[in-house]
Design a protein around this ligand. Structure first.
Ligand code: FES
Ligand code: FES
Length: 177
């Protein structure tokens, strides 16, 4: 199988039944992406595929050949943390950190969805040219990412600040270049 992960072209032999999560963790040593439930319920395994967030535990690796995959290891550039990573630190957006890689990738994917004006289940004005972002929108859009430590307030604060001040999506694209 062949992939581009965090900008690196990878050729690897693997069982055709291998999930993308298991391939990354067990075969490629990319341990940043976490396995929580292994059934699509917790979001710990979230990665970006061509900028879209997916649960890698539900994805067969073979289906993602030729795609550009970004994991938490690919978010920093030249030793500098992604602005969202810095914001998580500043706002205490984690405790044990187990959910954090998935939260970060999910939030970056979410920023792309907002940029494309994709509504959520709580978006009130579907005719607006831009989605109004508030706590309710962010909590709904991030509801697939559970945090057993309950760091939700810090996570929402970090995302809110980053969305307001940084080109979240553009930065992620640079990380994948
Ligand atoms: S490990 Fe994939 S959603 Fe929980
Ligand atoms: S920081 Fe521990 S699960 Fe989220």
């Amino acid at each position: 199988m062949h992939f581009t992960i965090n900008g690196e072209v990878i050729e690897i032999e693997a069982d055709i039944r291998t999930s993308l999560l298991d391939l990354m963790r067990n075969s490629l040593g990319l341990l940043g992406t976490k396995k929580g439930c292994d059934q699509g319920a917790c979001g710990a395994c979230t990665v970006l595929v061509d900028g879209e967030r997916i649960n890698s535990c539900l994805a067969l690796a073979v289906q993602y050949q030729g795609r550009s995959i970004t994991t938490v290891e690919g978010l920093a550039t030249d030793g500098n943390l992604h602005p969202l990573q810095k914001a998580f630190i500043e706002h205490d957006g984690f405790q044990c950190g187990y959910c954090t890689p998935g939260q970060l990738c999910s939030a970056i994917g979410m920023a792309s969805e907002i940029e494309r004006n994709i509504p959520s289940a709580v978006t009130s004005d579907l005719s607006a040219s831009a989605t109004a972002i508030d706590d309710t929108e962010i909590r709904e859009r991030m509801s697939g990412n559970l945090c057993r430590c309950g760091a939700y307030n810090g996570i929402v604060e970090a995302i809110t600040e980053t969305l307001a001040h940084q080109p979240v999506v553009a930065t992620e694209k640079r990380a994948r270049a």
